[in-house]
Design a protein around this ligand. Structure first.
Ligand code: NDP
Ligand code: 2IT
Length: 450
């Protein structure tokens, strides 16, 4: 007799054959919850796994806009409303040329479980477009955002679906999106988007939250295993929102970040990365990371030739924090990191390690903080932003940061307790999936066949 999890996985593969990223994310979750499903034969009768892997709704739409040359450009927009069991759909918007339905579904699926781990009342969703903000003028980005929101506004709302940022969507884009939503609805509905500017309903510490939260998670994971961050050598892939604030916080804990990257290449600075330069290049000037060496000639620039295997993973480090994109650490890169003595990996990006890489790290005893737990600080602080919007009030930076720290500490504990309960040692990948899945499964049982 084949078991229920394998049956559902086989059927998913058949139905979603052209969605490799979604299948990868579903396979990771379903494979690791087998021991829970075995204890609950009733799940099969209520088709619990079939329902949890099928989005409640997917919206896909045309986004026409006019560029600075007066040409009409057409992009494709998406919003995947995957699961609203625990609260309004919640999750970011990604603007990147690689965006397609598979990537949107994998991100929305991951978001269901990540959001459940935060303990806050938010369901799972994700959206975005294949629009590439790189090299576009502010006016072009504004016109695109206005067109995108003109359609998206029909499908979102502060009690229904609350988007935020992700790759290619930061404060500038959220500002344009919020302005257009408000204009169409003629309503000041602050809680409809998170990651807003501080002057119009944004939360203090939201910008820092994903990166800071990642380091709070790492601190807890290392402490539980008799280790800490002080004096450790760190590499961080990416140089966007998550990477920058992970670098800031890990440096505060006494570690030294020696390398960061963007999609074109890697900078290596043995003296330690000067974060002010990165912030200027990336947050203000929107330039390539290569320019870092102009300000700091002792640093080295290494161009990325093969996108599937970034040269950053050839650099020796104790702690590795992938904070760029999915599948950036493959088995080969994982082998190089292990050969160089890596102690711990913390996923700031969503699904940055391939399945084979994760298995290799776990097999070699590398402590591994999986994305849906380790990077949950961003969405958790988004939920705190929604909370402040509902109160029509705000908390100080310290108050938000303290709540974030508490949430990340609890998430690590939930992963650790679930792993121990099922005899899985320090496999926090399975721990995170089990802890999150149990919440979702209980809510599904309570809310009937929907
Ligand atoms: P940003 O757009 O601010 O930065 C993204 C960074 O990753 C850039 O340095 C970018 O380089 C690099 N990158 C993006 N795509 C690729 C690619 N295909 N190959 C190589 N490098 C790439 O995004 P964020 O920092 O917000 O997001 C980074 C990751 O963290 C994503 O996986 C996102 O889903 C995840 N995440 C984000 C959260 C948030 O609150 N923002 C919360 C939780 C997870 P380049 O500029 O050259 O494209
Ligand atoms: O992947 C993520 O968790 C995010 N991009 C943040 C989502 C949010 O709603 O803040």
């Amino acid at each position: 007799m084949t078991n229920y999890v394998d049956e559902v996985l086989a059927s998913l593969k058949e139905k979603n054959a052209f969605e490799p990223e979604f299948l990868q994310a579903a396979d990771e979750v379903l494979s690791s919850i087998k021991p829970v499903v075995e204890r609950h034969p009733e799940y099969k009768k209520i088709a619990l796994l079939e329902r949890v892997t099928e989005p409640e709704r997917i919206v896909s739409f045309r986004v026409p806009w006019v560029n600075d040359k007066g040409e009409v450009v057409v992009n494709r927009g998406y919003r995947v409303q995957f699961n609203s069991l625990l609260g309004p759909y919640k999750g970011g918007l990604r603007f990147h040329p690689s965006v397609n339905q598979s990537i949107m579904k994998f991100l929305a699926f991951e978001q269901i479980f990540k959001n459940a781990l935060t303990g806050l009342p938010i369901g799972g969703g994700k959206g975005g477009s294949d629009f590439d903000p790189k090299g576009k003028s502010d006016e072009e980005v504004m016109r695109f955002c206005q067109s995108f929101m003109t359609e998206l506004q029909r499908h979102i709302g502060q009690d229904c679906d609350v988007p935020a940022g992700d790759i290619g969507v930061g404060a500038r884009e959220i500002g344009f999106l919020f302005g257009q939503y408000k204009r169409i609805k003629n309503n000041y509905e602050a809680g409809v988007l998170t990651g807003k500017g501080l002057d119009y309903g944004g939360s203090l510490a939201r910008k820092e939250a994903t990166g800071y939260g990642l380091i709070y998670f790492m601190r807890e994971m290392l402490a539980a295993n008799g280790k800490n961050l002080k004096g450790k050598t760190v590499i961080i892939s990416g140089s966007g929102n998550v990477a920058i604030y992970a670098c800031e916080k890990v440096t505060e804990y006494g570690a030294k970040v020696v390398a960061m990257s963007d999609s074109n290449g890697v900078i290596y600075d043995a003296e330690g990365i000067k974060l002010d330069t990165i912030k200027r290049l990336k947050e203000v000037e929107r330039k390539r990371i290569k320019e870092y060496v102009n300000a700091h000639p002792q640093a080295k620039y290494i161009e990325t030739v093969d996108k599937a295997e970034s040269p950053i993973y050839e650099i020796k480090a104790d702690i590795v924090l992938p904070c760029a994109t999915q599948n950036e650490i493959n088995l080969n890169s994982a082998k190089k990191l292990v050969a160089n003595g890596v102690e711990a990996v913390g996923e700031g990006a969503n699904m940055p390690s391939t399945k084979e890489a994760v298995e290799y790290f776990l097999e070699k005893g590398v402590l591994f903080g999986p994305a849906k737990a380790a990077n949950a600080g961003g969405v958790a602080t988004s939920a705190l932003e929604m909370c402040q919007n509902s109160m029509r009030y705000f908390w100080t930076f310290e108050e938000v940061n303290e709540k974030l720290d508490g949430i990340m500490t609890n998430i690590f504990k939930a992963c650790k307790d679930a792993a121990e309960e099922y005899g899985l040692g320090t496999n926090y990948v399975a721990g995170a999936n089990i802890a999150a899945f149990r919440k979702i499964a209980d809510a599904m049982k309570s809310q009937g066949i929907i």
